[in-house]
Design a protein around this ligand. Structure first.
Ligand code: ZN
Length: 341
């Protein structure tokens, strides 16, 4: 008998299920609903807390998370901090799953953001892929898989998954629309692809269990869209003066480039950060005093296709990450300003 597939869940926040997802680019003054970005700030150190686990299990976590840290501009610090970004349980009755990227910040600190109910093969590396904002490769819209939906729904209703139809549709069948993901062409060797038998598909495509990072996994996570080692980090962020007389000129000089700024909110109050120019900018705000706490992301709330974020902030240090809407083929000049309103 064939091994029963162990399928991973990339957990989605309950609020996300309710949130309309933009699937098309809108023109004119119509306000689009921005999908919430889930990548951590490039150069982040993500702290990890073990909520159980044997010495062997914890060693596997250190080893396989290191596969990503070797290629991505991210560090993992196993300091067991109470409010660590990644908190790992080892409940053998709860399968293997992880929240995706910065969604981990929304989970109460007494609860895990990842469960490793089994650690076969490359499972731990796979779950860390989710934790650093990767989705499932079998949901790649460029993938060639045509699911036999009846079979998939029947099989995953059985042990060990016990999923209802909606869960199967979310975790397996639904493909991300091309606009929602920063993807590569379908990669059959990706660690983010799980094993499926050919009988689950109409076109006889079987997948294999991948136990190490593929060449494309490594290139993608280290690439401009994710965590390039050459990218800006919090130590090289450009300081913005609040209420400066002049706007700060900047440029997305290369495809996929991300610019990083920092500013200090000297007192509690409402602050506004906006960009100007003809470049279609997407902006993220992190803080206070944290490079991993995402406060807001905006695409087109500003003038034309510019970004604007206006928020009540407590005094502290904040980071602003700026990129072009189209990471693959967009670049151009812009200016940025932060004001206390
Ligand atoms: Zn998964």
């Amino acid at each position: 008998m064939a091994e029963r597939p162990k399928v991973c869940i990339d957990r989605v926040l309950p609020t996300e299920l309710m949130r309309p997802q933009r699937t098309m680019r809108t023109k004119s003054g119509e306000r689009a609903i921005s999908p919430i970005g889930k990548t951590w700030m490039n150069g982040s150190t993500l702290r990890v807390r073990f909520m159980g686990g044997t010495a062997n299990e914890q060693a596997t976590v250190r080893e396989q998370s290191g596969w990503w840290a070797q290629v991505a501009n991210l560090k993992f610090d196993f300091n067991n901090a109470a409010n660590a970004e990644i908190r790992i349980a080892f409940d053998s009755n709860d399968g293997a799953w992880s929240y995706v990227g910065t969604d981990c910040r929304s989970i109460p600190v007494n609860q895990p953001t990842m469960n490793l109910g089994f650690l076969d093969g490359g499972t731990t590396a796979h779950e860390f892929g989710h934790a650093i904002a990767l989705a499932h490769e079998h949901q790649n819209p460029r993938g060639g898989i045509q699911w036999n939906e009846q079979v998939v729904i029947q099989e995953l209703a059985k042990s060990p998954n016990f999923w209802d139809e909606e869960t199967v549709r979310h975790n397996v069948i639904r493909k991300y629309s091309i606009d929602q993901i920063n993807g590569t062409e379908f990669d059959p060797d990706s660690i983010m692809l799980y094993f499926f038998p050919a009988s689950w598909t109409l076109n006889g495509i079987a997948t294999k269990a991948n136990e190490v990072l593929s060449t494309i996994d490594k290139q993608f996570i280290a690439g401009a869209k994710m965590y390039p080692k050459t990218g800006g980090t919090t130590t090289t962020a450009v300081e913005l003066e609040v209420n400066a007389k002049r706007r700060t000129a900047a440029s997305i000089g290369k495809f996929g480039e991300e610019d990083l700024f920092r500013f200090t909110a000297a007192s509690d109050g409402r602050y506004q950060i906006d960009t100007r120019g003809s470049t279609d900018i997407v902006m993220k705000l992190f803080g206070p005093n944290s490079e991993t706490a995402l406060i807001a992301e905006d695409d087109d709330s500003g003038v034309d296709t510019n970004a604007l974020i206006s928020r009540d902030l407590v005094a502290g240090q904040y980071f602003v990450q700026v990129r072009h809407y189209n990471r693959a083929s967009g670049k151009g000049n812009y200016s940025i300003k932060v004001q206390r309103l």
